[in-house]
Design a protein around this ligand. Sequence first.
Ligand SMILES: [Zn+2]
Ligand SMILES: [Zn+2]
Length: 258
Amino acid sequence: MTANYHTHTKRCNHAGGTDREYVEAAVAAGIKTLGFSDHSPYLFPEEFGNYYSSFRMHPQELPGYVQSVTALRDEFKGKIDVHVGVELEYYPKCFDKTEKFLKDGGIEYFLLGQHFIRNEADEGATPASWTPQDRERFVEHTDTTVKCIESGKFFYIAHPDVFKFDADDVFYKETVARICEAAKKCDVPLEINLLGFRGKRYYPNPLFWQVAGEIGAPVIIGVDAHDPRALLEADDAAAEAVREFGKFGLKFVERELG
Ligand SMILES: [Zn+2]
Ligand SMILES: [Zn+2]
């Protein structure tokens, strides 16, 4: 594995290690490009009161994050290319303001990680794994992903199969085909997520990747490292994932940040 754009830091409250340890592990693993993409701070509107989002860094942590990663980028120049991005959801009520805040703060790239439907703190907002029988929510989540692909704002789509839906395989495939078609049309890669793969989660979902192979959507592998050790083990995990999902005729691509 020569590039990984999906790396977290302890700022999200559920990852371990220091920023430096991630870079050192990546160098040791032979990775040439390492992108940090921690769970993004979000500027929630006032109507959400003092809503606290526990799995992401806070807005006041953004400058320190960017500073730390860019200092490592300079220090390790020549050994590895280091970039600073975020993984974030698209929340209609707060995306635009947050996007500006992130870009002004020095964030280079966005990965879509649509862990929730609706605005996270809205009434009826649920994690993407909570309503596996709900067609309406599945369609809503899919609509959001397609819209984000078409927006051109996202470098790639992290775990595009994060919505858990197991009520009807035919309906599942028809629905996710829209994501794969959009990804192909807009040339935005879809990520096979190694954290899910190694942890034997419900994603990567073979049905999804079967459709991606049939349609010919661009596919990328992301470590989703929440621990520096995940980078050391990335090569083996990636090879195993390619063995398992490669049978669907996937179109693997490589990407560089402009
Ligand atoms: Zn995480
Ligand atoms: Zn994620």
